[in-house]
Structures are given as structure tokens and as C-alpha cells.
Ligand binder design. Sequence first.
Ligand code: FO1
Length: 311
Amino acid sequence: MTKVAALAGGVGGAKLAYGLSKILPPDDLTVIVNTGDDFEHFGLKICPDLDTICYTLAGLANPVTGWGRENDTWNCLSTLKQFDAPAWFNIGDADLALHLERTRLDQEGHPLSEITQQLARKMGIQHTVLPMTDEEVTTIISTKEYGDLDFQEYFVKYQFAPTMTGIKLDGIDWARAPQKVIDNLNGCDIVIICPSNPWVSIFPILSIQDIKQILAHKPVVAVSPIVGGNALKGPAAKMYREMGITPSALEVARQYKPYIKGFVLDVIDEEQGDILSQWGIISMVTNTIMANDEAKVRLAQEVLEFSLKLV
Ligand code: FO1
């Protein structure tokens, strides 16, 4: 069987990871997740992308938002609001339990990779989900209006309205990949970069030295998160513009060029495939919109078949 490692951020990445989990047996899929978005809120250790991936793979995710849990209740949050507490980050009651338990295990001294595996198993997830690192890496968005903001402040509190002037990844230089990530990456046949935000979801993962070194020897295929010049969700396209780049699938491929052998483009961007081949990147064109579970599985199947041809 083909062993796959998927690199993913939150909602967009989780969709493809879900599709892959439906066609690959548990031993053949490892999802390596961005932790640059992690932060501490009310003393809790919150790992939004790990949460989103786990809830999605477990079939527990809120289908409307893509993050948080389906049918959650909001008693704690609404009570916090009555106290005028800083309740801008929407944590549902059942979701809160996950953050409480993760924080408890963290305070007992367990590494995040171990905690994640333990919690994922309890949620009924059979595939392997791992954080990119056990160390603290913090994505900071420099903005024109407010200076440096923690990613969740930029994304949730300010709804990514501030103008981005740069990105910093605090702690990235000394962050190491957990041994399990190294082993699973070394043992995989294909690496798939899910359609997550390249700036803040994928680059933190690719910036970890151990991961970068292993990827240099693996066939890597990326799926574009930019379709028709826009991001399906979140600030990716806005970030390109604010960094002086016109957002396109091609620009995503340009950023990933040192890493990838193959690139998956949406039908709407088909004409960009010619330039990719001039760059020596093999492209596949398909419908990349994952509007429902069937589309997630279909895209995963197509990406997998395409990747196998590149091995
Ligand atoms: N995203 C939002 O846009 N608003 C929220 O209030 C919010 C709460 C939240 C709570 C738990 C969790 O695990 C994720 C949550 N997210 C929320 C999603 C998350 O902040 C982002 O999707 C990612 O960081 C971007 O990948």
C-alpha cells in the first residue's frame, strides 16, 4: 500500500485530509498539522488547526463553520460575555472540554504529539494526526494598523481586516519535528500539501528544518488553495495582495517550487498549467472545490492517483 503524509492547516486542509482518510487505511495516512496558530486563552492551550483536523476526521466538526463542534452549546461563552470577559474567541461548551484536557495533559508535562494522539484516539480517529512540532512556534502577523498581532487576534478578533505588512514565526529556528513526524515522513511514499493557506498554514510546517530536509527526498504534490484568484475561505488572497503579489494558483506553485513535483489546479485555472510545465512541475487539472463529503473523497482519490504517477 502507498503511505501518504499530508501537510495541513485548518478548514481547507481538513477537507482533503477527510477525503484521504476515507480511502486510505489507518496505517497509511499521517496528517502533519500546523501549530503556528496555537495560543493561550483564559490559561488554556488551544491548537485550532489540530482541533479542526481532529473534529473533521472524527466526524464531529461543525459543518457550517468548519471549525468547532457540531451542535455545541455556548453556555460558558455567553456567561463570559456577561462578565465582560475577553470572549472574542468562540469556544463552545464541548469544545472547551478538549482545551481543558489538553491543558491538563500539557501541565503534566506530556509533549503535544503524545497528547494529540491520545485525544485523537479518544475521539475515534484511527489515522495518525501529529503536530508539526512539540515546541512553541507562534505566527505573528505584522499589521499597519495595530503593529504585531498574534495570529488568532488578527484572524478572529480583527477578522483579518488589518493590512498585513509581514509575517514572523517566533520560535521556528529551534523548533524540531517530533520523532513520530520524522519517522512517518521518512516512511511515506508521497507527501500531499493540502489546500491550506500557504503563508500561515503550510510555510510554518515547511520551515521546520527536519521536515524540510526529508521533503527534499520525497515526491511532493500540492493542491492549490487559490481558485480563480481567490481563496475559498480565509485571508490567503488578501495576504498575497498585501505582500504585493496578485493571488493565483501559479503564485502558490511559485512559492512551493523548491518542494513540489506535482501541482493540482482547478479547472478554472487550467491555462496556468503551461507555465508550470515550463518550471518542470507536472500539473493536474480538476474540480478542486470540496462542497460536500463526496467531493472531498473524489478529490482525494484523484490527487492520490496523480501522485502515484509521480513516484
Ligand atoms: N475561527 C473563527 O473565525 N472564529 C472563532 O471564533 C473561532 C473559534 C475557534 C475555537 C476553537 C477552534 O479550534 C478553532 C476556532 N476557530 C475560529 C478557527 C481557527 O481560529 C482558524 O480557522 C484557524 O486558526 C485558521 O486555520
